[in-house]
Ligand binder design. Sequence first.
Ligand SMILES: Nc1ncnc2c1ncn2[C@@H]1O[C@H](COP(=O)(O)OP(=O)(O)O)[C@@H](O)[C@H]1O
Ligand SMILES: N[C@@H](CCC(=O)OP(=O)(O)O)C(=O)O
Length: 281
Amino acid sequence: MDIRETLKDKSRIIIKIGSSSLTHPQTGALDLTKLEILIREICNIKNMGKDVILVSSGAIAVGSRSAGFQRKPKKLEEKQACAAIGQAQLMMIYQKLFAEYGHMAAQVLMTKNTITNDESRRNAYNTFQELLKLDAIPIVNENDTVSTYEIQFGDNDTLSALVSSLVGADLLILLSDIDGLFTDDPHRNPDAEFIHVVESLNEDLMKMGKGTTSSVGTGGMSTKLSAARIATSSGADMIIANGKDFHIIHKLLLGENLGTLFLGKKDHTFSLEEYLHSINK
Ligand SMILES: Nc1ncnc2c1ncn2[C@@H]1O[C@H](COP(=O)(O)OP(=O)(O)O)[C@@H](O)[C@H]1O
Ligand SMILES: N[C@@H](CCC(=O)OP(=O)(O)O)C(=O)O
């Protein structure tokens, strides 16, 4: 059987959208046409009886545009203020659009502490389980406004993989401004070649992921590959695909050969506890 065929059977799906996929490149303002499509795609997955969690970036990009910044703010307190403005705007739009299709959006803001502290992690786990039981669509972002080092070191690629591991998702989809993983950053190296499937993430592959040149993105490909390591070793498949047209979501779930597919490990080698121990050392 084609490995992509198995994507039809996924039942707990995390979708991560990067800032660059939510905003107009010329102005940085939200692309409302694209958002309408995103919400329809997600509601349709819910209507199939599957669980969906959306990890949405964009708070700083949207807030900084509203606050009149010409480019991504550099100072920490500026980013935090912009995140506060932008997150509220994003949630207002998500609430409205999901409600139009009869679905409930729920905001979950997390910090690194939510994952590293045993009690907070258990709380977060219980909340996710309950939200999914209630058929709500959790919309996750880092709590950028209050968590200083999150903004400096944090990125939603890693966060989405940790959420994927926490809730036992079977598929993580990262939608970005690029078709998937190339052998090198194609914006800098025109000879870079596209990689369709990654069966095992070795060190050579990890080195292919470079940072970002985008004016709104944060992690680039390197954080997406770290996310792939976490997600696949907790048993989930992961796809990096282009978020320029969100119709790609149902195409991926029908098994179309789009994006880079990272195959989940069958032996579930990832331990959230061990990972937390390693980042706290
Ligand atoms: N090996 C690679 N393959 C593909 N893209 C790469 C690679 N290395 C670095 N990149 C860069 O990563 C960018 C995507 O990351 P980013 O800008 O953070 O987007 P997002 O906001 O979607 O998270 C691409 O536009 C590309 O320039
Ligand atoms: N939490 C931040 C985004 C962090 C992040 O990883 O951004 P991106 O590289 O656009 O996915 C925000 O909402 O602005």
